[in-house]
Design a protein around this ligand. Structure first.
Ligand SMILES: [Mn+2]
Length: 349
């Protein structure tokens, strides 16, 4: 627990987001509160998690097993003796704040969300190791599901196979609901798997990740059912080239997130598919599937040692198809490492 970092901004920090519970204590369940005061770091939870906190909590904590109302009483006492109360504005609800200090007490609160997100930007060696393992699972499952694509299979059937196979390999679950999208459905970057069946002439977009020891991985490949059309081939080649350009920029020492996005985007915008790359180039990955740094045209981030993030250009054509290729990368020892190993050449199922 980096108590000093938090206490530089407030007299007591109250952290409740699942991401913070995981990051600071290894607690991967739902209900708990971290309370950091200058004298002590408390971990409040209820009796359902008593065994977990006894055996699996990471770090030194004064654990208090309390009911919900007892937790509130405890927190009110802590808050009463503090001038500045640190809260995660991104997570805390208005209901929780009004219970804790009343809405007129808002001006004694301090937002810790940006600080906490900043602390998570640069990964420690143990975090990197876990993320690499989570991405390796995804590579393995991708190879396993490719032979399952047959005309008539549904998006949902493949999504179910992905989930089951990740868990069989030791994942606790998906990092996010898998995206499996055929044909025109792939034109929606965040399509939800449906009972749509696979036909010859469909593209197949798969975007999924494992949750492993509290950390996420993220991965996308697009393949084609049958003989790819010229239009699909050219879109695919552009997306692959856009990713290569971003990788090259980083390999050559480029560290400006907005410039990485611009370099990749230029490849697509200089083609007949201008404007069809309609989201940002990438995002950081850690205890949350989307965290800092952001790689977009508006990003002010500098990419630095220990950051783990995605590079995922795409082309989306409404009513026709979508192509996205996503790699998880890391800056280590001053160099760029691409973590996933699955092939990126055009592939037909
Ligand atoms: Mn992603």
């Amino acid at each position: 627990m980096n108590a000093e970092v938090l206490l530089a901004h407030c007299d007591c920090a109250i952290l409740t987001s699942p991401a913070s519970l995981m990051y600071f204590s290894g607690f991967d369940q739902s209900d708990a509160v971290i309370v950091v005061t200058p004298r002590e770091c408390f971990f409040l939870t209820d009796s359902r998690y008593e065994v977990f906190v006894k055996t699996a909590l990471l770090g030194d904590w004064s654990v208090r097993i309390l009911s919900r109302s007892e937790q509130l009483a405890f927190l009110r006492e802590v808050v009463a003796s503090a001038d500045r109360v640190g809260l995660e504005y991104d997570h805390v609800t208005l209901a929780a704040v009004s219970q804790l200090i009343g809405t007129d007490g808002l001006d004694k609160t301090v937002d810790l969300s940006p600080l906490v997100l900043g602390m998570r930007l640069v990964k420690r060696a143990d975090e990197i190791e876990v993320i690499k393992r989570a991405e390796a699972m995804v590579d393995e499952v991708y190879a396993e599901v490719l032979p399952l694509f047959r005309v008539g299979v549904t998006e949902q059937e493949i999504a179910a196979e992905i989930t089951m196979r990740l868990m069989r390999r030791g994942a606790t679950g998906n990092a996010f609901d898998p995206i499996v999208a055929f044909g025109e459905n792939a034109a929606m970057p965040h399509a939800v798997p449906s009972d749509r069946t696979l036909k010859k002439g469909d593209c197949v977009l798969m975007d999924f990740g494992a949750k492993y020891r509290g950390y996420c991985s993220d991965f996308t490949r697009t393949v084609f059912c049958g003989e790819p059309t010229e239009r699909f081939r050219s879109a695919y080649a552009l997306v692959l080239e856009a990713q290569r350009v971003a990788i090259r920029y980083l390999e050559q020492g480029g560290r400006n997130a907005a410039e990485a996005d611009a370099a990749a985007r230029r490849v697509i915008d200089d083609s007949p598919f201008r404007g069809a790359f309609n989201h940002s180039l990438g995002h950081g990955v850690g205890v949350e599937i989307h965290e800092g740094p952001t790689l977009s045209c508006r990003s002010t981030a500098r990419l630095s040692e220990g950051m783990v993030f995605t590079l995922e250009p795409g082309i989306y054509v409404e009513g026709e198809f979508g192509v996205r290729i996503e790699s998880l990368v890391l800056i280590e020892n001053g160099k760029l490492t691409v973590i996933d190993r699955s092939d990126k050449e055009i592939y037909t199922v």
